[in-house]
Design a protein around this ligand. Structure first.
Ligand code: AP5
Ligand code: MG
Length: 192
């Protein structure tokens, strides 16, 4: 089973993907995590990507599609796409990559959090917790970068909701619930 977790920054995609990895042995493919790894690699590309991410803007389709292609070519199934696709060209590319592997998408789960202030508070809290634990917070976990991330989501990524709705694949969960409630709703969709 291959699924997409779709939703605004801070909606809980990474949190729920991690739970699915633990509960079901699925494979999480987070382009955000992959790009943050590229940053620590110290390459010129990694540095450029880090600057784009810190502002809350999207990295080019070419780069993220290349990262996903590499992971898919390594084989496997039961993928959770977390933070990918984020644009219509990325969605088309994912269809093609999966078709080439003889696989398809089974569900697209929208994590709905229709309160921006909750999303901002979640990531600002995460940054504060990181600092308290002596770790470096994500450069984009600030109120300012979050405004930009949200704007980019509504402008460039939310059209994917219509795209997958038209394909009859879109399902939704209430992302404002507790982590356990959200996990239970997702399990209900996957087990249906
Ligand atoms: P990415 O890493 O994907 O970040 P994001 O989606 O913007 O934001 P988050 O990871 O914060 O949100 P999440 O939904 O995973 O929530 P989480 O579980 O962490 O992308 C970062 C950047 O990389 C992008 O801005 C872009 O520059 C680049 N990028 C990545 N993919 C790209 C692509 N495909 N194309 C182009 N560029 C790309 O939870 C957030 C916080 O809330 C946590 O502290 C968590 O503990 C808490 N929380 C979670 N669930 C709940 C709950 N139910 N109740 C209370 N708190 C909760
Ligand atoms: Mg995430």
């Amino acid at each position: 089973m291959n699924i997409i977790l779709l939703g605004p920054p801070g909606a809980g995609k990474g949190t729920q993907a991690q739970r699915l990895v633990e509960a079901r042995g699925m494979t999480q493919l987070s382009t955000g995590d992959m790009l943050r790894e590229a940053k620590t690699s110290g390459t010129e590309m990694g540095q450029k990507v880090a600057e784009v991410m810190a502002k809350g803007h999207l990295v080019t389709d070419e780069i993220v599609i290349g990262l996903i292609r590499e992971k898919l070519e390594a084989g496997g199934n039961g993928f959770i796409f977390d933070g990918f696709p984020r644009t219509l060209p990325q969605a088309d590319a994912l269809n093609e990559l999966l078709a080439d592997m003889g696989q398809s998408l089974d569900a697209v789960i929208e994590m709905r959090v229709d309160k921006d202030e909750v999303l901002v508070q979640r990531v600002v809290n995460r940054a504060a917790e990181a600092v308290a634990a002596g770790k470096e917070p994500r450069a984009d976990d600030t109120a300012e970068a979050m405004q930009e991330r949200l704007f980019v989501y509504y402008k460039q990524t939310s059209p994917l909701l219509g795209y997958y709705y038209a394909k009859g694949m879109l399902q939704g969960v209430e992302g404002l619930g507790t982590m356990d409630e959200v996990a239970a709703e997702i399990a209900g969709i996957l087990d249906a």
